[in-house]
Design a protein around this ligand. Structure first.
Ligand code: ADP
Length: 302
């Protein structure tokens, strides 16, 4: 679906934004692009969307190499949702705004496209409303609907959860999680990304790491150097591990955490393990073995 091959980009003032970035995405995959401010995430999304041309290397979308002559064609396969919906949403009503993209591309079936896009983003009731009067969260949905109306093969989302209140953030995470489309999401929000994506790419001008979210949260040095915060669930399970609850697989999403905890609870040894963990810690701190542990040791010897 997407192949970026050793892509480099330098801004007019000499700022090196990307250096030898290689990234492959399969159709249907959802990938988070994470990294500190200034890491080049937006620049990479803009390059992939064909708004800028790489300084070196190449971008191939659906088998077509992206250059100035093919950009218009390739752009039809890609829908970029900007970080700030005010940069994207500008028509007098929501439905006109959502219709703008497909109309501009000369696509047919505009009414059906608009209806479907409004429905899949859950904003059918807002069709006649003025977008600039809507909340930030709803404007983000209008921007996403406007892109979906063009039916791109792949969505590129720049910081989709930024500036949203907790409810709007939760709803948007659910929407993106349930949406069946290839997605590349630039974000700082590892907690939201954990719920949505299959894979994470850490960018800091060059690619620092690619892997699963569980692999990323295990790589503390990468998290730290990329200025990323460990999401609450892995943080909780790390603390539990330190207290004697070894986890089979580090849960990163709520579903995985519930599954992991259920195993421990159904195993019926929660209290024993917690108790053991505390005692072992005490022994490590004081050097004095707890009687329970001493009994176990003697049993093992006999
Ligand atoms: P991110 O999205 O990860 O925060 P950006 O892609 O916005 O990173 O920026 C990457 C680098 O390019 C930063 O050093 C940023 O200051 C610089 N940059 C971004 N836009 C421009 C521009 N129009 N002109 C010059 N430098 C820019």
């Amino acid at each position: 679906m997407l192949e970026a091959e050793s892509v480099g980009f330098v801004y007019e003032d000499g700022t090196v934004a990307l250096d030898k970035v290689s990234l492959v995405m399969e159709e249907g995959e959802k990938v988070a692009l994470v990294g500190p401010n200034g890491a080049g995430k937006s620049t990479l999304l803009h390059l992939i969307a064909g708004f800028r041309t790489p300084f070196s290397g190449k971008v191939v979308v659906s088998g077509k190499s992206l250059d100035s002559s093919s950009a218009d064609l390739v752009r039809r396969d890609l829908g970029l949702v900007f970080q700030d919906p005010d940069d994207q949403v500008f028509m007098p009503t929501v439905e006109e705004d959502v219709a703008f993209g497909p109309r501009n591309l000369g696509l047919d079936d505009i009414d059906r496209r608009v209806t479907d896009a409004l429905k899949s983003t859950g904003i059918e009731d807002l069709a006649r409303r003025r977008p600039h009067r809507l909340s930030h969260g709803m404007k983000k949905r209008v921007a996403i609907a406007g892109v979906l109306a063009m039916d791109p093969k792949m969505l590129l989302l720049d910081e989709p959860t930024s500036g949203l209140d907790p409810r709007a953030r939760k709803d948007l995470v659910r929407l993106l999680k349930e949406m069946d489309r290839t997605m590349l999401i630039a974000t700082h929000d590892l907690e939201a990304a954990s719920e949505i994506v299959d894979r994470v790419v850490v960018l800091n001008v060059g690619i620092v790491m690619q892997g699963t979210m569980a692999e990323l949260v295990a790589a503390r040095d990468v998290l730290e150097s990329a200025g990323l915060e460990m999401p609450p669930l892995p943080r909780l399970f790390r603390l539990l591990e330190a207290r004697g609850f070894p986890t089979n697989e580090m849960p990163v999403s709520m579903e995985q955490a519930v599954a992991e905890l259920s195993k421990v609870i159904e195993g019926g040894d929660v209290r024993v393990r917690a108790h053991r963990g505390v005692q072992e810690r005490k022994r490590a701190e004081t050097g004095v073995p707890h009687p329970d542990l001493e009994i176990d040791r003697r049993k093992a010897q006999n």
